[in-house]
Every structure is written in C-alpha cells, then in structure tokens.
Write a protein that binds this ligand. Structure first.
Ligand code: TXA
Ligand code: MG
Length: 323
C-alpha cells in the first residue's frame, strides 16, 4: 500500500482559513475524498450542495477529530440521548470507516441533516484529515467530493478533474487506503440498522453489537441512497462468471461496441481500493460497456458488490452513453 503523503502545516493552516470564512476544502479520508465545509454554518454547507449538484434534503455526514469530541453532548454534535450502540461502535471502530446516526446536537446546521432529528457522525482514520479536523476544532460536513451520482474520488487528481476550480483548496493525502465509503449504521433504532455497506464489515459490526444488527433492506435505506449511484458514463453489466463475460464480450464486439471485462480476481480489500479507479479508467478509455465479474459478497466484498450493483442500476434517460 502507498504511504500517505507528509502533512504540510502551512496547507492545513490555509485550509482552516478557507473553512472559517465559509469556503470549501476537499480533503483525503481513508475511504474517499470529502468535500468539506464548516458543519455549523448553513451558508457554507449550502455551497457543498451547489458545487456537487446534490439535491437539498440529502443529508451530509459530519466529521470530527476524535470520539471524545464527537460523542460528548457538551460539544453539541449529539445529544445526551446517545444510543449505547453508537458508543460501543465508536469505541471499537473509530477512528475508521464507520458513520453512526445519532440524535442531532445543536451545533449541527439544519441543512446538514435536511431537517432530520438525526446526524451522521464519523471520525476518519487519515493523518491529513486528522490534522485538518484538529486544527479547525469544529465539525466538517463532507460528502464525497464528486458530482452527485457519479463515481467517488479516491485521489486528489480525481477531485480536481471532477470539481476543478469550484473548490478553493484540495489537500492531497495520496490514494485512499480503503477506497470506498464508510459503513453507515442507524443507531437510533433498536436493533441498529446498516444503511450502507462500507469500510467496516457487517461481520465486524456483529462482533461488537451481537447478531441482531439488521442488514440493509429496500425502504429503510438512507435518503440519498438511490438505486443508481456511483455510476461511470459507460454501462455496467454484471455477470456471474468469466465464461459468461467472455461470451457477452464476443456478442457486443461483433456489434462494434467498445467493451471490456473487469475480472481482477484479487482480494476484497484490493477490489475496494481500486474499484472506483477502474470505473474511471473505463470511461477514460472510451468504453461503452464494462462487463464485471464481481467478488464474493463477504467481508469488504459486500460493500464492493453493493457499489457495483448501483453502478449497474438503470439510470435516467440520457444519463449513459450506451448503444
Ligand atoms: O466515507 C464516507 O462516508 C465519505 C467520506 C468523505 O467521509 N462520505 C460520504 O458522504 O460518503 P456521502 O454524502 O457521499 O454519503 C453520505 C450518506 C448520504 O447519502 C445519506 O444517505 C447518509 O449518508 N446520511 C447522512 N446523514 C444522514 C442522516 N442524518 N440520516 C440518514 N442518512 C444520512
Ligand atoms: Mg457520495
């Protein structure tokens, strides 16, 4: 794995200035790059929605430097009605790729939660993110730093190519170590429900909370978790085996369609780390179709499969360049 780039204190200081005056800073986390704004400023967070093209009402996660700050009701990010499951998960998994939904505290700007009584809190495990959050002191609201519905960025170059001059500052922490988003657990219901598979596996959640953790199911999913998401421009077709993939490629090539197969046969961790880069490469190569043989949905493979299914889901008319 590539070591994270060294931290430049002058850049961190500059980023804090941008955040304090209501601007946007893109920053690395261990999952994907985030597009950050001061989580206590309605005006600053509204800029995130504008730059991403994200509909208002899709809630944003608040990032904090450490669990003590995130889960102390006196700090204002949660309330004293903090669910025991949230505290147990935070102790076991933070810093790390886990977001817990808890009752929302008074420091969280309205627009962050889309008016909901809950807020998603996360303490990322990435040195640049930690330096930024510690120096800023407050919460940083950040969705993934890409246009709404598109593939999340896992390098600073991805952020620059997606959002360009719309972001004042992009902090470069090198490639993201996990490579796909945090696991989201709604701790305000009993038993807690996983709203999105991600960097912390369901197996790990069950180690901490017991077997009662509920897996995602259609209607209970988080707002913003649309059927089509994480989508490159090219069409994604999911098949069960290399043999079927080869047949499908034969058919499509005979029709003159630019197609290739994604079947890396690597570990689930490597799938997670590289998936978004591979989807971007497919677009850069001008493919019309990418035929994907997914990994087993075990461990991080469950999150990988969820992303692949969303990338393959039907999209609104005109959103893809399929034949
Ligand atoms: O790994 C990650 O979680 C990355 C990095 C930057 O931390 N962030 C990220 O944010 O993936 P975003 O906005 O792309 O996805 C966050 C999802 C939203 O789509 C929404 O479904 C859910 O989290 N969410 C956040 N706050 C919520 C709330 N109060 N209630 C329900 N769902 C919420
Ligand atoms: Mg996103």
């Amino acid at each position: 794995m590539t070591a994270p780039l060294p931290i430049d204190p002058a850049e961190i200081a500059a980023a804090v200035v941008v955040l304090r005056r209501g601007g946007l800073v893109a920053f690395p986390t261990e999952t994907v790059y985030g597009l950050g704004a001061d989580a206590s400023s309605d005006r600053a967070v509204r800029r995130i929605y504008a730059v991403k093209g994200r509909p208002i009402g899709h809630p944003v996660i608040v990032h904090l430097a450490d669990a003590a700050t995130a889960l102390d009701p006196a700090q204002g990010w949660c309330t004293d009605a903090l669910p025991a499951a949230a505290r147990a998960l935070a102790e076991a998994c933070w810093p790390g790729p886990l977001t817990v939904l808890v009752p929302r505290g008074p420091r969280v700007a309205d627009v962050v939660t889309g008016g909901r009584p809950t807020v998603g809190l996360r303490v990322p495990d990435q040195p640049v993110a930690h330096a930024l959050l510690s120096a800023f002191g407050g919460g940083i609201a950040a969705p993934s730093a890409n246009h709404f519905g598109k593939v999340s960025p896992t390098t600073a170059a991805h952020v620059r190519s997606d959002l360009g001059a719309a972001v004042e500052l992009v902090l470069d922490g090198g490639p993201c170590a996990v490579g796909l988003e945090s696991t989201i657990v709604d701790c305000t219901v009993d038993p807690p429900v996983v709203l999105r598979h991600g960097g912390v596996t369901i197996e790990r959640l069950r180690d901490v909370l017991g077997p009662m953790v509920a897996e995602p199911s259609g209607p209970s999913r988080a707002p913003g978790m649309l059927p089509s998401h994480y989508a490159p421009v090219c069409a994604i077709e999911v098949v069960a085996s290399a043999t079927i993939a080869a047949q499908r490629v034969g058919v499509l090539r005979a029709e003159g369609i630019a197609v290739d197969v994604l079947d890396p046969r690597c570990s689930a961790d490597d799938w997670a780390r590289h998936l978004y880069g591979w989807l971007r490469d497919a677009d850069d190569r001008g493919l019309a179709v990418l035929v994907v043989v997914p990994p087993e949905p075990v461990g991080l493979g469950a999150a990988v499969v969820e992303r692949i299914e969303k990338a393959a889901a039907p999209r609104p008319l005109g959103a893809r360049s399929v034949p």
